[in-house]
Structures are given as structure tokens and as C-alpha cells.
Design a protein around this ligand. Structure first.
Ligand SMILES: Nc1nc2c(ncn2[C@@H]2O[C@H](COP(=O)(O)OP(=O)(O)OP(=O)(O)O)[C@@H](O)[C@H]2O)c(=O)[nH]1
Ligand SMILES: [Mg+2]
Length: 426
């Protein structure tokens, strides 16, 4: 038995008890929204606006007013044969939030005599941005986060302040665009319409849009925090806006305004115009909804259309799901079959051409042969004729010889015999 003395004992290690944690807050995933916010703020945001409106309707001034800056736009020419678009991207920052803003402006919209095709350049531009996004999505190595997303999130349609209603060009253009972009109609230069006329003008515009089944962007009412405001704002559309680059002092504060000899229009005064409503709805409340709707509705529609054009389907004729692999295989088979058919067609054409050439050659050979036969015949006839002539000549020669002989014989015998006429002649 071994006695373990106190000296031999290994010193006792103090085993730590359960670690006591001091809770600093909630434990769990309720910080997820904060993480998302931080990430989004880090990445920055992108927002793209398409401004459609006739020349000098105040598009650039309104953009400057909306973002309280000066984008430095210059007046456009108004004698272009076609509508053109000009997009420009700006980096804006408000506190720690960065915004990459793209403003696409129309140049020469409504300046042509024939305005029937005015919408074409716009539709083409919108589709082009969707196509660029789709192509990026379809790449093997995608860079969706870093690639510039230029899809149009909001389309501000500037209506001429005629006080009457919409023009045919407005309706035709909005009809073409309403399945592609979020249209927000605004009455431009609203300070040129009287208060009493404005309500009727707005009503007529909305009525014309409804009758022509043009769907414009509706502020969402599913989020209860903004549902009431958005609902009431939907009833105020189209917003009657005024823009300005001038400032006046009101109660010691500089405010944007348009000054006239009889008074001034304060842009941010809600009794003067709907500018603040537009800014609230477009930038403060619904910017994210506009971005989301562009992706989930408009881009989705474009994507569906394009993939169907490329031959992709979700279900076959028997309503059975079709995988990407199956579609690819069937496309490949179809492509090969069409290639084979084309090859066969080319082969048949070649055989036909060879046969045709052969027949042509045979015909010309026959023709040559008959020509040769004819020449041969003619030659033979000629030869016979010549031989006959030769024979006759020879006979004549012989006859001549014979007579000569006779003559010489007659002279030797002393006989003078005269022969009249020629001898036997054939
Ligand atoms: N009355 C009135 N005039 C305005 C308003 N907004 C702009 N203007 C004036 O209209 C003129 C044209 O304004 P812009 O902002 O250059 O118009 P635009 O549509 O960008 O013009 P283009 O780019 O050349 O087609 C300028 O003289 C502005 O001062 C407005 O709300 N009311
Ligand atoms: Mg402009």
C-alpha cells in the first residue's frame, strides 16, 4: 500500500464553475433587421427615374427641386427628327446614406409633326435596361451586387398644363409603358392653372386614364404605418407640381419659390402646389416599394416574355413540369433536326442542279452530234459530186486521147477522115 503524503500529492487544480454571462441585451436574431440596414447602408442605394415630357415643361427644374441640388442640365433643342433619351448618373449623399441616382430625360418629346412613334424610343430604352439586367443574371459568373442596375424604378410623366385633358400622344405612350414601369403622372407648371380649374383637370385626366385602361402606379396600402397617407395620396393623383431654382426669404428662411409681379408661388407650400406630396411619396415613403415593384412585377414580366421567346417553358403541352435540362435537350434536338433538314434540302438542291447540268450537257452533245452528221452528209454529197465531175473529166480526157489517136492513125494511112461532132457522151 502506498501512502500518499501531503508532499507527494499533485496540487489540486481549481476547476472553474459555469461561466457567468452578463446579458447585454436580447439574445437571438432580433438584430437581423439592423444587420440588413447596416449592410444596405454600406452598399448604398440605387434609384433610377425616367422623366417624360414635352420640351421645356420643367423636367430638369423639377429634378433640381426634388433633390435640392443643381444637376446642371442645359435646355434641349426642339428640332430633332426623333425622340432621344439622355441618362446621367449622380452620386448623392444624405448623412451616411449614399444614393446612386440616374435621371433619364427625354429630348425632343412631342416636337415632331407625326407623334405616333414618339413612344418607341422610350419603350426601347426601358426594355434595354431590363435586357442588360437579364444578361447579367444569365451569366455563369454574375456580379449582380456590383453591376449597375439601370432598370427604371419610377417614370414621371409630365402632363402639359392645358387645363383640358390628356393628349393622344400621352395616352399612347402611357399605354405602351404601363406594363413596363411605375408611371407617376404629374401636371407640370401647375402654377399656370387656376385653383378652380385644377380639380376638374385632375378629374378629367384620371377619367381618361381609366377609360383607356392605362394603369398608373398606386401607392401601396398594405403597410399599415403608411396605409392612410398612401391611400389619401392615391386620391390626389396626378400631382400638380411647380419647380424652381430661385429662393426667396419667407419669415427669415430661404425657400424655393417662383416670383411673379402679382405674388410668389412657394414650392413647398402645400396650399400652392403638390410638390411636397410628390417628394414625400416618391422619395421618403415609397422609394423602396418602387424599386421592389420594378423587380417583382415589371422585370418579372419582361423576363417571362424573353425566356419564352428563347423557347423556355415551365410546363409542356400536357401541363407537366419541364426542367431547364429538358428544355435545353429538346431545343438542341430541334436545332439538330432543323440543321439536318437544311442539310438535306441543300443536298437535294445540289443533286437537282447536277441533273439539270447533265441534261443541258446531253442536249448540247446531241445538238453537236446532229451538226456533225449534217456536215458529214454534206461533205459526202460534195465528195460524190466531185468524184462524178472527175469521172466525167477523165472520160472526156480519154475521148480526147482516143480521137487524137484516131486522127494520128488516119494521117499515117493517108486517109483523111473527118469526124463531125463529139463522140459518145454520157
Ligand atoms: N411657370 C413655371 N415655369 C417653370 C416651372 N418649372 C420650370 N419652369 C420654367 O420652364 C423653363 C424650362 O424649364 P426646364 O426645367 O429647363 O424644362 P425641361 O423640361 O427640362 O426642358 P428641356 O430639357 O429643354 O426639354 C424654364 O424657363 C423654367 O424656369 C414651373 O413649375 N412653372
Ligand atoms: Mg431639361
Amino acid at each position: 500500500m502506498v501512502n500518499i503524503t501531503a508532499e507527494n500529492k499533485t496540487p489540486a487544480v481549481a476547476t472553474p464553475g459555469p461561466r457567468q454571462l452578463q446579458l447585454g441585451g436580447h439574445v437571438g436574431f432580433d438584430t437581423l433587421p439592423d444587420q440588413l440596414v447596416n449592410k444596405s447602408v454600406q452598399n448604398g442605394f440605387g434609384f433610377n427615374i425616367l422623366c417624360i415630357g414635352e420640351t421645356a415643361l420643367g423636367k430638369s427644374t423639377l429634378m433640381d427641386t426634388l433633390f435640392n441640388t443643381s444637376f446642371g442640365a442645359t435646355p434641349s433643342t426642339h428640332n430633332l427628327p426623333n425622340v432621344k433619351l439622355k441618362a446621367q448618373t449622380y452620386e448623392l449623399q444624405e448623412s451616411s446614406v449614399r444614393l446612386k441616382l440616374t435621371i433619364c430625360d427625354t429630348i425632343g418629346y412631342g416636337d415632331q409633326v407625326n407623334k405616333a412613334d414618339s413612344y418607341k424610343a422610350l419603350v426601347e430604352y426601358v426594355d434595354c435596361q431590363f435586357e442588360a439586367y437579364l444578361q447579367e443574371e444569365l451569366k455563369i459568373q454574375r456580379s449582380m451586387a456590383s453591376a449597375h442596375d439601370s432598370r427604371v424604378h419610377a417614370c414621371l410623366y409630365f402632363i402639359c398644363p392645358t387645363g383640358h385633358g390628356l393628349k393622344a400622344m400621352d395616352l399612347a405612350c402611357m399605354k405602351q409603358l404601363d406594363t413596363r414601369v411605375n408611371i407617376i403622372p404629374v401636371i407640370a407648371k401647375a402654377d399656370t392653372i387656376s385653383k378652380s380649374e385644377l380639380a376638374g383637370f385632375k378629374e378629367r385626366i384620371m377619367d381618361e386614364l381609366r377609360r383607356n385602361k392605362v394603369s398608373i402606379y398606386q401607392f401601396p396600402t398594405d403597410d399599415e404605418t403608411v396605409a392612410d397617407t398612401n391611400k389619401s395620396m392615391n386620391g390626389e393623383l396626378p400631382f400638380a407640381v411647380v419647380g424652381s431654382t430661385e429662393f426667396v426669404k419667407v419669415a427669415g428662411k430661404l425657400v424655393r419659390a417662383r416670383q411673379y409681379p402679382w405674388g410668389s408661388v412657394h414650392i413647398e407650400n402645400e396650399t400652392h402646389c403638390d410638390f411636397v406630396k410628390l417628394r414625400e411619396m416618391l422619395i421618403r415613403t415609397n422609394m423602396e416599394d418602387l424599386r421592389e415593384l420594378t423587380h417583382t412585377r415589371h422585370y418579372e414580366l419582361f423576363r417571362q416574355r424573353r425566356l419564352q421567346q428563347m423557347g423556355f417553358v415551365d410546363v409542356d403541352s400536357n401541363n407537366q413540369p419541364v426542367s431547364f435540362q429538358q428544355t435545353f435537350e429538346s431545343k438542341r434536338t430541334g436545332h439538330l433536326a432543323s440543321l439536318q433538314a437544311k442539310e438535306e434540302e441543300v443536298r437535294q438542291m445540289f443533286v437537282q442542279r447536277v441533273k439539270q447540268k447533265e441534261n443541258e450537257l446531253k442536249d448540247s452533245e446531241k445538238e453537236l452530234h446532229s451538226k456533225f452528221e449534217k456536215l458529214k452528209r454534206e461533205h459526202l454529197e460534195e465528195k460524190t459530186k466531185l468524184e462524178e465531175a472527175r469521172r466525167l473529166l477523165e472520160e472526156e480526157c480519154q475521148e480526147l486521147q482516143r480521137r487524137k489517136q484516131q486522127l494520128s492513125n488516119g494521117n499515117g494511112n493517108g486517109n483523111h477522115m473527118l469526124t463531125l461532132g463529139r463522140g459518145k457522151k454520157k
